[in-house]
Design a binder for this molecule. Sequence first.
Ligand SMILES: NC(=O)c1ccc[n+]([C@@H]2O[C@H](COP(=O)([O-])OP(=O)(O)OC[C@H]3O[C@@H](n4cnc5c(N)ncnc54)[C@H](OP(=O)(O)O)[C@@H]3O)[C@@H](O)[C@H]2O)c1
Length: 262
Amino acid sequence: MTVPTEIPTVTLAGDVTMPMVGFGTWPMKGHQACEAVLTALRTGYRHVDTATMYANESEVGHALRESGLPRQDVFLTSKLRAADAGREREMLSRSLRALGTDHLDLWLVHWPPRGRASVSAWREMLALRDEGLTRAVGVSNYSLTLIDELVKVTGEAPAVNQIHWNPRRYDAGLLQGLRERGVVVEGYSPLKDTNLNDRVLTEIAWAHNATPAQVVLRWHLEHDIAIIPKSAEPKRIAANLDLFGFSLDPAEVARIDGLAAR
Ligand SMILES: NC(=O)c1ccc[n+]([C@@H]2O[C@H](COP(=O)([O-])OP(=O)(O)OC[C@H]3O[C@@H](n4cnc5c(N)ncnc54)[C@H](OP(=O)(O)O)[C@@H]3O)[C@@H](O)[C@H]2O)c1
């Protein structure tokens, strides 16, 4: 995969390279989803996050073809709905058809099926990965306990856990627990639930000639947390990728970590 040089990458199990910044696509649909993904790809994003539940996979596929980028240059994530556990093969082939590709880069269980780890779904996902239909498999919204159940039975940890993350949700123990298990952390909704007028963020933003939103996204990267911000606005799509002209020092990172305690 060729990734624009400034976007950092992380290596997932199986030697799969994932750009640390991706483009979130929920809740965009139809023309808006297609236009936004195309704008993101033209802006330099090389990682797109979709899901069966978002009902926009065909628009993501359309935008990918329209961009003219080679398939192997864009990291594609989709997700299995919890309610579709037991129909993994059928649902993955539907996602592939909608996206117009013969493989995903990452396929996640969207939520724990009926609140459980669902070892049977995990086994089937590993088998589909071994067949080459997705390069990596992972989970979303899983606790450490649920991940441990998967590992205990199959010996394989999810490559990624995609979880709700922002300064208010900062949890050093959870991060450490996931890292100890070799699970890469991907945060969702980094901006939506963050008070972008908070003084800590505005002061740090001012010091770096950046916006509070860029500071929040950069804070994730300082913690090695992959991000998938969504925007339908070309200016914000560009700003959310413009994170590499500055960095946060440990004291600034700690101040933002401290927002969780308030
Ligand atoms: N695994 C899961 O269960 C799960 C759950 C939720 C989301 N996700 C994924 O994570 C992605 C991101 O999460 P999200 O969409 O919930 O939240 P988000 O990316 O934190 O926030 C999106 C919202 O913030 C606005 N925004 C974007 N950039 C901004 C900026 N620079 N300054 C100010 N506002 C900005 C957007 O408005 P505009 O569009 O008008 O710019 C939109 O209203 C989703 O798109 C989806 O792919 C996964």
